[in-house]
Design a protein around this ligand. Sequence first.
Ligand SMILES: *Cc1c(COP(=O)(O)O)cnc(C)c1O
Length: 401
Amino acid sequence: MKQIYLDNASTTPVRPEVLEAMMPYFAEDFGNPSSLYPAGQRASDAVAAARATLAGLIGAKPSEVYFTSGGSEADNWAIKGFARANAGKGRHLITSAIEHHAVLHACEALEREGFEVTYLPVDGDGLVDPAAFEAAIRPDTILASVMFANNEIGTIEPIAELAAIARAHGVAFHTDAVQAFGHEDIDVRELGIDLLSASAHKLNGPKGVGMLYARKGVKLANLIDGGQQERGRRATTENVPGIVGFAKAAELACAEAAGERERQTAIRDHAIARVLAEIPHARLNGSATRRLSNNVNFSFEFIEGEGMLLQLAARGICVSSGSACTSGSLDPSHVLLAIGLPHEIAHGSLRLTLGRDTTREDVDFAIDCLKQTLGNLRMMSPLYEDYQQGRVESIIEKMAA
Ligand SMILES: *Cc1c(COP(=O)(O)O)cnc(C)c1O
C-alpha cells in the first residue's frame, strides 16, 4: 500500500542531498571539533560553515547562532535562560495561549520559580492582537514570546508589529519560528527579533538538532556548563553530522521557499475548497489568508478525530488530529480551545500538512478517503442520528451564522 504522508508539521523526511552532506561526518571526518589535528579541524570547519550558512539565512551574524538539540531546547533556553539572567530587571513575561508546549511549559516552570506570565488570548483565527499585547506590557516585563506561525492551525502572527512594540518598551522579543523557518522569509534585523528558535527536522533535515539565535548583547544564562563549545554556553561535543545536515536542509528550503509556497498554496486552497464544498458540517480552523502554505486544519462535527485518524491510517494516509504531543491524551488541543471551539468540535479535528513531495493527486486521494470515512463514521454516530432527527442542532452551523 502506498503511504501518503500529510503530517509534515510533525516531522519531515531527510532529503537525499542532506543525507549526502552529512555522511562524511559519521565515519570519515569523525574528529572532535575541539581537537587541533586535521580530522578535528575538518569537523570544526564544517560546524563553522554551517553556522555561517544558518546565520546568513536569517540575517544574523554567525556569533549569534547557538546549536541546540532541537526546537524544544531552543525554546527552553530562550525563555528560562533569558528570564533567569535578567530577573534583576523584572519578573514578568508575556506569551500567547497557542504556543507550542515547549514554550508554555517553560513559562509554567518559571511561574513555579516566582515569575509571572501573561498568556494572551487569540482571536477566532488564532491571531494575537498587537493592541492587547502592548496593553499587557508592565514596567517589570522583561520578555515576550510569540510564535512566528502556529503548528496546529498554521496561523502566521504579526511578528514585525509585535517585535516593534516590544522594542519600544524595552522588552526582549523571542519567537518560536520552528514552523516558519524554511517556509516564510525571516530577517531577524528587519523584524526586530532578539531571540529565535528553529529546528532541522521540520525542514527536511535530521532530528535532534536545532538552533537558537540570540542577538548580540542579549543576556542569556548558560545552558550546559562544561567545555568551551558554543562559546562556553552549551557544553557538549557538537552533533557535527546533524549540524551539517541542518545547514544543508535550511539552505535548500530557503532557496526553494518562494516556489514551494506558491505550489503548496495552490494545493492547500484546492483542498480547503474541496472539503468545504463536498463535506457537510466541516469548518476550517485558522486564518484563511494569514496561513502557512502547507497547513490545512478542519473540524468535522458528529465524529471523533481519533476514529478518523485510525481509519485513514488503515488506508496509508498519515495525518494528525491536533498536535502530535496532544494526540494520545483525551484533552482537546489547547490551540483549538483558544480559538473558541467547543470541546465536542475540537475533538473532531484533523490536520493535513503538506511537504515538498506532496502532490495534488495525493491530497485528492486523501480527501476522497476522508469523505468515505466520515460518511461511515457518521452513519454509526448516535449524535448524527440525533441531528438528523432534529433533536440537536449543528454547532458548526450555529458558529458560522
Ligand atoms: C516541532 C515544534 C517544536 C519542537 O521542535 P523539536 O525540534 O521537535 O524539539 C517547537 N515549536 C514548534 C512550533 C514546533 O512545531
